[in-house]
Design a binder for this molecule. Structure first.
Ligand code: ADP
Ligand code: MG
Length: 748
């Protein structure tokens, strides 16, 4: 029996899903597969696992819930444990780097990738009685594959007399890829719709679409805070750096609860600044239209807000604002409570968005896409949507990837708007015009249609799914992408064309090699697995493991603090910061000659080596500009990889040596060869200076995979030397397409 706290019980009763408990549980009892659709915030993620637990599904086996995002797996397991008054020994989570699963675990939240790995070991998932696939509308590639696999496992388990229930949850009604897909489910699964109380949200478009959306978002938040009644503001930006930049800017412009008094007495710089902002506001008025746009009327969507305009007219007189903070139309002196929210934010800081803001202040949450559907933030009345999202784009054939900021889909924009109407009618301010919106894609295509699939192909081959094209995908990947993946895997030695195909009429499909099987065991991409395999042969595993772990974990260097407004300023600071971190690290872990050979890879090795030597303490990381969380993740991943390798090749006998010395020059040369074995197609050559057409570039590179010039990232140790040939880990588009983690190579 579950004994919930009275306050929890009360807030649960507010959730629309509670009204559906009986219908839902009966559907699950009577059907092997059930689809649940409910608006974000209706209580799917926090409540359905509890319903299942109370119905006894956790008695003899586990209730598994998969999430596409790590942050959701961690935070939802904590929330559900708290709601049920159970310890995290019973309601636990597992993500790639860490987890708190125990033998007592009954409810297990995990990332979809973790479950896929588990299926490699136990296809029938005999430890689970029910699997809940959350956020299926996101169409993450692992979610799609899991649904495909589970569509086959469910009947197998039924045949064995030990049925497995499958619950697919979606925040949108766009589920026909699952429900009307004969290859996937012969009998269409029943769909349970949860009718959420959603209050109306008025959508306002900008008349024009500004180039500087960050600046525009700042101005919009200021306006809302100054002009509009109480209610939280949620801002959607694209990345962590932007989130911090805006948070700082807002914090400087408005007092927080603690310093409200100080603010009123001192004629500070901030006040002058806000005068300037008001000037900007006036100019900005030109960007808005007052009449509604007829074209948009049928959607119930208006052009920019007339009410807001009316209020802005009231501010025209600057002196009014400065002398009289109590003006009814202005609450500029009211404090704001600004909170960042993004995936890499530590969980305890993420939790803060769920708490009510300090009395008398307005909550402002500055978030990335995580706030779109994974986490429902309470108390939001206004949404400021830049319409942008940072996405990774891949070249289907070469697999070269780049992060790019692009427009979201219409469906995403509507999800974002919906965040404003959870508790009362709200407003969504779109910082782009309705014309721009009408060009948005209706839905973003599923991830599997956009990304290379070499890791999936390898994992599927390892699970004896030889004909990847015949797999019951909710949406099949591009044939071209599957082909490119097979080619890369053949090149890496993981697959092999057979002399005698089993079915001579069918298109040839390469089969997995013993090396491929070993590679499939490693929880990293096939390129990295290949490096590990070669590292084993050359006795360089400890180095290769460290490099692979460091390349896999994101953003190991701390981003710089200090004031930042424009994205470029911010970036420059980060670059300088990275420079100084690297300079310091040079002294901590010697090996200068090797630096020339290994470039940025040596910097990573140095970071890992020096940090491990120092015991991986928070202080060491801070002193050296390393992100502590990243370093602990690298450490976990090294342990994971070390164990995986010892299992796969018992002869290897690797261990993590805290006293790992820098590689010798010979070893450094070999390491470079090993890097090349995995990144052989990620090579760039310097363009001769006289051939650079755009003279604003002093130097540029031409990579094998992109037509555009690419550049060495300013944080690289090779920005000055600029070798003729380089290999790189990836290209990330910022102000320019930058190659990250670069090392020099000589032409063969
Ligand atoms: P869904 O999965 O349908 O989007 P959730 O189950 O995530 O909905 O959320 C249901 C409610 O629980 C929301 O109102 C949300 O704000 C609240 N909630 C979720 N996590 C927490 C938390 N950690 N602390 C407080 N409230 C939370
Ligand atoms: Mg959810």
């Amino acid at each position: 029996p579950v004994e919930r706290r009275p306050d929890i019980q009360e807030s649960r009763l507010q959730l629309p899903i509670l009204a559906e408990e009986q219908v839902l549980m009966e559907a699950i009892k009577d059907n092997p597969v059930v689809v649940v659709c409910g608006e974000t915030g209706s209580g799917k993620t926090t409540q359905i696992p509890q319903f299942l637990y109370e119905a006894g599904y956790g008695r003899d086996a586990m209730i598994g819930i998969t999430e596409p995002r790590r942050v959701a797996a961690v935070s939802m397991s904590q929330r559900v444990a708290e709601e049920m008054n159970l310890s995290q020994r019973t309601v636990s989570y597992q993500i790639r780097y860490e987890g708190n699963v125990t033998p007592e675990t009954k409810v297990k939240f995990m990332t979809d990738g973790v479950l896929l790995k588990e299926m490699q070991k136990d296809l029938l998932l005999s430890k689970y009685s029910v699997l809940v696939i959350d956020e299926a509308h996101e169409r993450s590639v692992y979610t799609d594959i899991l649904i495909g696999l589970l569509s086959r496992v469910v009947p197998l388990r039924t045949k064995k007399g030990n049925p497995l229930k499958l619950v697919i949850m979606s925040a949108t009604l766009r589920i026909e890829d699952f429900t009307h897909n004969q290859r996937l489910f012969k009998i269409s699964p029943p769909v349970i719709k949860v009718n959420a109380r959603q209050f109306p949200v008025t959508v306002h478009f900008n008349k024009q679409t500004p180039g500087e959306y960050l600046q525009e978002a700042y101005k919009k938040v200021c306006k809302i805070h100054r002009m509009l009644p109480a209610g939280g503001i949620l801002v959607f930006l694209t990345g962590q750096a932007e989130v911090h930049a805006l948070c700082r800017k807002l914090q400087r412009s408005f007092p927080s609860v603690g310093d409200a008094k100080v603010k009123k007495t001192a004629e500070s710089k901030e006040t002058k600044k806000s005068k300037k902002e008001q000037k900007l506001l006036k100019i900005d008025l030109d960007n808005y239209t007052i009449e509604g746009d007829e074209d948009q009327a049928d959607d119930g969507i208006l052009e920019d807000d007339i009410d807001l305009e009316a209020h802005i007219v009231g501010v025209d007189d600057e002196d009014d604002m400065d002398d009289n903070g109590d003006m009814p139309t202005s609450d500029a002196d009211l404090p704001i409570h600004v909170l960042p929210l993004y995936s890499l934010l530590p969980p305890d800081r993420q939790q803060r968005v769920f708490l009510p803001p300090p009395a008398g202040s307005r909550l402002v949450v500055v978030a990335t896409n995580v706030a779109e559907t994974s986490l429902t933030i309470p108390h939001i009345k206004y949404v400021v949507d830049t319409g942008k999202v940072k996405k990774r784009f891949y070249d289907k054939v070469t697999g070269a990837s780049a992060f790019q900021v692009t427009w979201v889909s219409k469906a995403s924009a509507d999800q974002r708007a919906g965040r404003a109407g959870r508790t009362e009618p709200g407003h969504c301010y779109r910082l782009y015009s309705s014309a721009v919106f009408s060009d948005f894609q209706t839905f973003s295509p599923p991830e599997i249609a956009r990304r290379p699939v070499e890791d999936l192909v390898l994992q599927m081959k390892d699970m004896s799914i030889d004909k990847v094209v015949n797999f019951p995908f909710p949406t099949p990947p591009d044939v071209e992408a599957v082909h490119a993946a097979e080619q890369l895997l053949v090149q890496l030695g993981a697959l092999q064309h057979t002399a005698k195909p089993k079915d001579p009429k069918a298109a040839p499909s390469p089969v997995i090699t013993p090396l491929g099987r070993a590679m499939a065991r490693f929880p990293v991409s096939p390129r990295f697995s290949k490096m590990l395999a070669l590292g084993e042969q050359h006795g360089l595993l400890p180095y290769v493991i460290s490099i692979v772990a460091a390349l896999t974990v994101q953003e190991i260097f701390l981003s710089g603090g200090g004031p930042a407004g424009r994205a470029e300023e911010q970036q420059e600071q980060q670059e300088q910061h990275a420079h100084s971190s690297i300079a310091q690290l040079k002294n901590t872990w010697a090996g200068q000659g090797q630096s020339l050979l290994l470039g940025d890879i040596m910097v990573l090795l140095r970071a890992v080596g020096a940090c491990e030597f120092a015991g991986c303490t928070n202080k060491f990381c801070e002193d050296n500009g390393l992100r502590y969380k990243a370093m602990t993740e690298i450490r976990s991943l090294r342990t994971l990889l070390t164990n995986a390798i010892n299992t796969v090749c018992p002869g290897a006998k690797v261990h993590i040596d805290p006293n790992m010395r820098p590689p010798t020059e010979l070893q450094a040369k070999l390491l470079r060869q090993i890097m090349l074995s995995g990144l052989g197609d990620r090579i760039a050559r310097r363009v001769p200076t006289d051939q650079i057409s755009d003279k604003s570039h002093k130097f540029a590179y031409q990579s094998t995979s992109m037509e555009e010039y690419v550049f060495i990232h300013p944080s690289s140790v090779l920005t000055k030397t600029r070798p003729e040939y380089v290999i790189f880990h990836e290209i990330i588009e910022a102000r320019k397409p930058y190659m990250h983690c670069v090392a020099a190579v000589e032409p063969e």
